[in-house]
Design a binder for this molecule. Structure first.
Ligand code: NAD
Ligand code: ZN
Length: 359
């Protein structure tokens, strides 16, 4: 069966395009209970961007600190219940922030129309009704959350996305001005998520002409941003990074991620390591699987003098390592893509544990 997915309905790209958000929202203002819900990364509280948010009287603006924890089911349920209880159903939800905020916007948009707790819907196609209109405005680029059909949530039992066609944003606003303030280390780790998406998408059995074309262009942009003569965090490279992130996301959507993301999920689940950082920690030691990619990655690390700790595994217990290896092993689609349909003959919880011991 070939993948058949819905894309973002509308995309605006360009420096200053954030100023068009008010016009975009004007078309929606008579929907539902006639107010907008903005969810905004709290980094922007008191910054210039706060003044540019096109909120009118009656709209709700929630600033959310994404550093306390990654988005949770409880947080989504509370946000939905508070807003619904006090004002009703918004005309639209607008997420202004990184992967965390965009996932919150996607998830809450679905939960305004689907009853009960979001824990009921963690998984593929469990959502019953389309959500309300939702807009993604990325302020840090790399995860591809702006284009993906999942909203990753941590629940009491599992860390799993609300994954369905209705999760995809109706509108995305890509304004490279918004990513200029990203701290350098995060610019690197989050950008590397895109690079790794492409390397993994390309190196596996699901790679195809469609996914390859996106990966090829995204990798070209990543090389200009992180390796070229004009590499670094410049306005020109920010334009490129926003596009690379989206294309990397499309590439993996039509192919698959691989060994690095499997290991990274184990690190996030058991140790709480953040997605993009976890990917970098794992990828650094995966030369057996992605020789050229890892070599190039190390060049980029050196060029930008990025801190990437090593020797972490010596502080992990055997139980932690086994637990991480089990999480990774339970991602069969990633292993099948990276290693082949007979991956179970080659990969075991023990062999994955050995990979973790390298980190
Ligand atoms: P993030 O949203 O977690 O933000 C990382 C940090 O950058 C935060 O401290 C934030 O305040 C700060 N920040 C954001 N924009 C900034 C700016 N312009 N200037 C200064 N600081 C800024 O970052 P992320 O890496 O984009 O997202 C990680 C999350 O995305 C995780 O929760 C992960 O589960 C999720 N994710 C989702 C998908 C998906 O397809 N839905 C894919 C990968 C990861
Ligand atoms: Zn990723």
């Amino acid at each position: 069966m070939h993948k058949n997915f819905k894309g973002i309905e509308k995309t605006v790209f360009g420096r200053g395009s954030f100023n068009q958000l008010g016009d975009i929202l004007a078309e929606r203002r008579n929907d539902n209970d006639k107010f907008m819900l903005f969810v905004v990364d709290h980094y922007f509280k008191g910054k210039d961007l706060e003044k540019k948010i096109p909120a009118l009287a009656g709209d709700v603006v929630k600033f959310i600190d994404v550093d306390v924890h990654e988005p949770t089911t409880e947080q989504i349920d509370n946000l939905r219940d508070t807003v619904k209880g006090s004002k009703g159903i918004p005309s639209a939800v607008i997420g202004i922030g990184g992967g965390s905020i965009m996932d919150i916007a996607k998830a809450v948009s679905l939960m305004f129309t689907n009853e009960g707790s979001s824990t009921l819907y963690q998984g593929l196609n469990l959502i019953k009704k389309p959500g309300i209109y939702h807009i993604g405005v990325p302020t840090i680029s790399g995860t591809g959350a702006e284009v993906s059909m999942t909203a990753v949530l941590t629940g009491p039992e599992k860390k799993l996305g609300l994954k369905c066609e209705w999760t995809v944003f109706n509108q995305v606003v890509l304004d490279p001005d918004l990513i200029a303030s990203v701290p350098r280390n995060w610019w690197f780790y989050t950008g590397m998520d895109t690079y790794i998406h492409c390397i993994e998408s390309e190196n596996g059995i699901l790679n195809n002409a469609y996914s390859h074309s996106y990966a090829e262009q995204s990798l070209k942009l990543c090389r200009e941003i992180y390796l070229g003569d004009k590499s670094g965090q410049t306005p020109e490279n920010d334009d490129k990074l926003m596009v690379a992130s989206l294309m990397g996301g499309l590439s993996l959507t039509y192919s698959e991620v691989g060994v690095c993301h499997a290991l990274s999920y184990g690190l996030s689940k058991i140790l709480g390591t953040r997605h993009c950082y976890a990917n970098c920690i794992a990828f650094n030691h995966l030369e057996d699987y992605y020789a050229d990619g890892v070599k190039e990655f190390k060049t980029m690390i050196a060029k930008h003098k990025i801190d990437l700790p090593q020797g972490l595994a010596k502080d992990w217990t055997d139980e932690q390592i086994t637990a991480m290896a089990k999480v990774a092993y339970n991602l069969p689609h990633m292993w099948a893509h990276a290693i082949g349909p007979d991956w179970k003959d080659k990969v075991t919880v023990e062999s994955i544990s050995a990979l973790y011991r390298r980190l």
